[in-house]
Write a protein that binds this ligand. Structure first.
Ligand SMILES: Nc1ncnc2c1ncn2[C@@H]1O[C@H](COP(=O)(O)OP(=O)(O)OP(=O)(O)O)[C@@H](O)[C@H]1O
Ligand SMILES: [Mg+2]
Length: 256
């Protein structure tokens, strides 16, 4: 098992679209703000969103790297943005090139991204996973020494239901789940500041909390999070900015 960083953290979810990539990037920024050297590995091979989220799709460096071929060893310099070192298959492919990977290529590609990226000294590597419990999760659990995982859930009970399958995968792989983060459950009214539960509460018994998963924080629905600039840079003192900072602190403490 390899470990490119002092601590490797996976950001996972059962369902898609709950905010993993957003949280990955902002958590990484929150950890870097405390002086840590932080890398981000976009392990969502089929839907790499990290490049777009930092406003870079195909970079000049990626153009140089267009020699990149599966199975050919090549060292990959990470792309440095906002003080983070990022690697994503999205940097290595054309912007609108479809990612059509036979499942047998998942392991070698992940291995290349993990081991051939020149990460340098890293305190944290934050890994953005695709949703669910597919090939990528199963390979990564075997390949990387994951020190902890965070599970992101949306405000729907199906999101919790699918997250439970993920908890099983982590438990079978001996991976410590540091806790769960609820995203987009509440809306803070811009006029009166009151917190509104937009979708209603997920019944406790159906939630991952009922399995003893620690609540690391709840990030409100806020257009500032969906903006072009990561909320931790654009509005660190906003409700979501503060919530994410709190989650990062809890994670850093749990990983010490
Ligand atoms: N708290 C929030 N408030 C408003 N918008 C949000 C919030 N969190 C995430 N979003 C938006 O929701 C969308 C989905 O988020 P994101 O891509 O991070 O989810 P994901 O779990 O990584 O999705 P996928 O499973 O497809 O990889 C994005 O457009 C993002 O900007
Ligand atoms: Mg994503």
């Amino acid at each position: 098992m390899t470990s490119p960083a002092r601590r490797v953290l996976a950001v996972a979810s059962g369902k898609g679209g709950v905010g993993k990539s957003t949280l990955t990037l902002n958590l990484a920024l929150a950890l870097a703000k405390e002086g840590a050297q932080v890398g981000v590995l976009d392990a969502d091979l089929y839907g790499p969103d990290i490049p777009l989220m930092v406003g870079l799709a195909r970079t000049e460096r990626a153009r140089e790297l267009s020699l990149w071929r599966l199975g050919r060893p090549i060292s990959l310099p990470p792309v440095e943005v906002h003080g983070l070192r990022l690697m994503s298959i999205g940097f290595l492919l054309g912007e609108d090139q479809a990612v059509a990977l036979p499942s047998m290529s998942v392991e070698p590609i992940l291995r290349q991204l993990v081991t051939e990226t020149e990460w340098g000294e890293l305190d944290y590597l934050v890994v953005d996973l695709p949703p669910g419990t597919g090939d990528v999760q199963q390979q990564l659990v075997r390949m990387l020494r994951l020190d902890g995982a965070v599970v992101v859930v949306g405000p729907q009970d199906v999101s919790h239901l699918d997250a439970k399958r993920l908890l099983e995968l982590f438990s079978d792989g001996g991976i410590r789940v540091l806790g769960g983060v609820e995203n987009m459950a509440a809306l803070v009214c811009p006029h009166c500041g009151e917190s509104i539960s937009v979708f209603g509460e997920v019944p406790e018994a159906r939630s991952i909390w009922s399995l003893g998963v620690r609540r690391l924080g709840s990030i409100p629905l806020d257009p500032a999070v969906a903006g072009n600039r990561p909320v931790l840079l654009a509005a660190p003192e906003s409700a979501p900015g503060l919530a994410i900072t709190g989650v990062a602190q809890a994670i850093a403490e749990a990983l010490e």
